[in-house]
Design a protein around this ligand. Structure first.
Ligand SMILES: O=C(O)c1ccccc1NCC(=O)[C@H](O)[C@H](O)COP(=O)(O)O
Length: 218
């Protein structure tokens, strides 16, 4: 199995160019208002235009309205829509049926979802388990207690939904996560930055660690 690798929080077209020669699967852009990595749809469109072939684009939203997603969707070529808030199954259904992109629904380790997996199952393509720090959801740079993962994996994988993991991952801890929990995908942002900017060397090392694991295990 190839572990899906998403590198999130690209802020400039130069960040996209840094991915040349890096075997990642997706790059994410933040459309959550007021966060340090937030980009406009126009900026995101120019980032996507510079992504190396084969790297998919992901748009990250947090409790958006339908119109807010549409405003981005109409301007930016997105392959994945990542929902980082408390979006309900009905909202995921609407996006899936009307936009057709792949939907990644985020849940937070140790926080129980108001809806069971079966309510989401038909409308989402992957689940991402992330950390929450105070009121901040996403991009926290903090790991969560990975011993919560087996239960989450069992819940979602029973419905055929792949589970990805985020929250404080970096080149030096991702191998331990993969070895101990074998998630279908991993995602990182803070852990591949230096002074708030995407660091090509860290992104490359992160992805190389994952691919080394893939060769050894799968
Ligand atoms: O990255 C952000 O700034 C962000 C802000 C608001 C919602 C989501 C955000 N990031 C989404 C991601 O997919 C991150 O990669 C994920 O949360 C992990 O972040 P980190 O702990 O910094 O690696």
């Amino acid at each position: 199995m190839r572990t899906f690798v998403k590198l999130c929080g690209l802020q400039t077209p130069e960040d996209a160019e840094k991915l040349e020669g890096i075997d990642a699967d997706a790059a994410g852009m933040i459309f959550v208002p007021g966060r340090k990595r937030t980009v406009s749809p126009e900026r995101a469109a120019s980032i996507v235009s510079r992504l190396p072939a084969g790297i998919r684009s992901a748009g990250v939203f947090l409790n958006p309205t339908r119109d807010e997603v549409l405003r981005v969707w109409d301007r930016v070529e997105l392959d994945l829509i990542q929902l980082h808030g408390l979006e309900e199954p009905e909202f995921c259904r609407w996006l899936k049926e009307n936009l057709g992109g792949r939907i990644v629904k985020v849940f937070f380790a140790g926080k129980k979802s108001a809806f069971p997996p079966e309510a989401y199952a038909r409308w989402i393509d992957a689940v991402l388990i992330d950390s929450v720090a105070g009121t901040d959801r996403g991009g926290t740079g903090k790991t969560f207690a990975w011993n919560l993962l087996p239960e989450e994996q069992k819940r979602w994988e029973a419905w055929g939904i792949p589970v990805w993991v985020a929250g404080g991952l970096h080149p030096d801890n991702v191998n331990r996560l993969l070895t101990e929990h074998l998630p279908h995908g991993v995602d990182t942002s803070s852990g591949v930055e230096t002074n708030g900017e995407k660091d090509r060397d860290k992104m490359k090392r992160f992805v190389e660690r994952v691919r080394r694991h893939d060769r050894r295990v799968h």
